[in-house]
Design a protein around this ligand. Structure first.
Ligand code: XIL
Length: 327
C-alpha cells in the first residue's frame, strides 16, 4: 500500500477528531510546527494555558489573554478546541494550596467561571484529570482538601451548568491496563449520571511504550467504555521507544515497531461504534516537542514527526490505517 505524504491532511481521513496538543504561544510563530499543526489536525488541545496555575493565578484573578488568543486562533483556522483541564492536582497556583474558603465556592469559581467564558466556543472539556490512583481510590489531593470528597461531582455539575451544550470528559492514564482503576472511574461517572449530572466521556491518555503495548487489553477497554455508554477520547497518544529492551535494533527498525503500535491503536479505535468515537489526540507534533523530552528529560522519539518535522513511519502507518489500510 502506497503511503501518502503529509501534504494531505491527516484529519481529512477520519470521521472523528484528529487532534494534537498545542503549545502556546509557539503556535503563533511561522514555521514547520505551525504549518503541520494547522495543516494536519482538526482539533487543538492547549498544552498548558488552561491549567489552574496559568489561568487562575490568584484567588480573585484570572489570566485570560493567552486562552482568549488561543481560542480566537482556533476559530480563525476552524479548529475544534478540547479544553484541558479544569480540575487536576498538578500545575496548581499557590493560593489554591492554602485555600480555606467554602468548598462549593472554589469549584464554582474556578470551573464555572472558565467554562462560562468559553461557552459555545469550547465544545468539550476534560473536567477532571487523573483523580483516581492505581488502587481505584479517589486521590486526596488539593481539590479533595479544598472542595471535599464530592469534588468530582461538584466539578461536573459546575461545568454542566456553565455550558449545557459542552461534552464533559473525565481523563486519566493506565485505564487500559488497570481494570480496578478503570471500573472505579466507570462506576464514579455512572453514579453522576444516575444523579442527573452529565458525564459524557472518558479520555484514555495512552502514553504508551513500545515494549509494553497490549492490543487485546486496549480493545477490551474500548469495548467496556462504549458498552457503558461513554464517548471515548484517546486523549494524549504518544509511543515512547526508549529505553528499548534487548539490543538496540537501530532507529529504522525501532520506528517501524513504533508505527505498528500507532496503527494498532488507531485500528482498535476505529472498531468502536461511531457514536462512542470522540477522537484521537496526539500529544505533540515533532519528537522534540514531546513532554517526555522536555518535561521528563528523556532521550526519546515518541511522536509522528521527527526532530526536523519530517513524517516518520508512524505518520504513514496512522494515515494508512485511518484510510482502512492498516499495514
Ligand atoms: C504535560 C505537558 O505536556 C507538559 O508540557 C507540562 O509541563 C506538564 O503536563 N497528563 C496530562 C497532561 O493530563 O496535561 C500532561 O501534560 C501529561 C500527563
Amino acid at each position: 500500500m502506497k503511503s501518502v505524504g503529509p501534504d494531505q491532511p491527516l484529519h481529512s481521513t477520519a470521521a472523528f477528531r484528529i487532534g494534537a496538543v498545542i503549545k502556546y504561544p509557539e503556535i503563533t510563530a511561522a514555521g514547520p510546527y505551525r504549518n503541520i499543526a494547522l495543516g494536519q489536525f482538526s482539533s487543538f488541545t492547549p498544552e498548558r494555558i488552561f491549567k489552574a496555575a496559568p489561568i487562575h493565578p490568584e484567588k480573585d484573578q484570572f489570566s485570560w489573554k493567552d486562552p482568549d488568543n488561543f481560542v480566537a486562533l482556533c476559530e480563525t483556522y476552524k479548529k475544534q478546541v478540547h479544553g484541558h483541564t479544569l480540575v487536576w492536582d498538578r500545575d496548581l497556583p499557590g493560593w489554591l494550596g492554602n485555600y480555606a474558603g467554602l468548598p462549593d465556592e472554589i469549584i464554582e469559581s474556578h470551573v464555572g467561571t472558565i467554562v462560562r467564558r468559553y461557552r459555545e466556543r469550547i465544545s468539550a472539556w476534560d473536567v477532571v484529570n487523573e483523580a483516581f490512583d492505581e488502587k481505584g481510590e479517589l486521590r486526596r489531593g488539593n481539590w479533595w482538601r479544598c472542595a471535599g470528597p464530592g469534588y468530582l461531582e461538584k466539578a461536573f455539575r459546575s461545568a454542566a451548568e456553565a455550558d449545557p451544550e459542552a461534552l464533559l470528559f473525565y481523563n486519566d492514564f493506565n485505564l487500559e491496563v488497570n481494570g480496578v482503576k478503570r471500573w472505579a472511574v466507570i462506576k464514579a461517572l455512572s453514579r453522576l449520571r444516575q444523579k442527573g449530572v452529565p458525564a459524557h466521556g472518558i479520555g484514555l491518555q495512552l502514553h504508551l511504550h513500545l515494549d509494553g503495548f497490549n492490543e487485546p487489553a486496549l480493545r477490551e477497554t474500548l469495548r467496556q467504555l462504549a458498552g457503558e455508554g461513554f464517548k471515548i477520547h484517546i486523549s494524549e497518544l504518544d509511543v515512547s521507544v526508549l529505553p528499548v529492551s534487548g539490543n538496540f535494533p537501530g532507529k529504522e527498525e525501532l520506528f517501524l515497531r513504533q508505527a505498528e503500535v500507532y496503527a494498532a491503536v488507531v485500528d482498535a479505535f476505529m472498531a468502536v461504534e461511531e457514536k462512542y468515537r470522540y477522537g484521537i489526540t496526539f500529544w505533540g507534533i515533532g519528537d522534540q516537542d514531546s513532554w517526555i523530552v522536555s518535561e521528563l528529560k528523556k532521550v526519546d522519539y515518541p511522536l509522528l514527526f521527527d526532530d526536523a518535522y519530517r513524517p516518520k513511519a508512524a505518520y504513514n502507518y496512522v494515515r494508512n490505517t485511518l484510510t482502512g489500510h492498516r499495514p
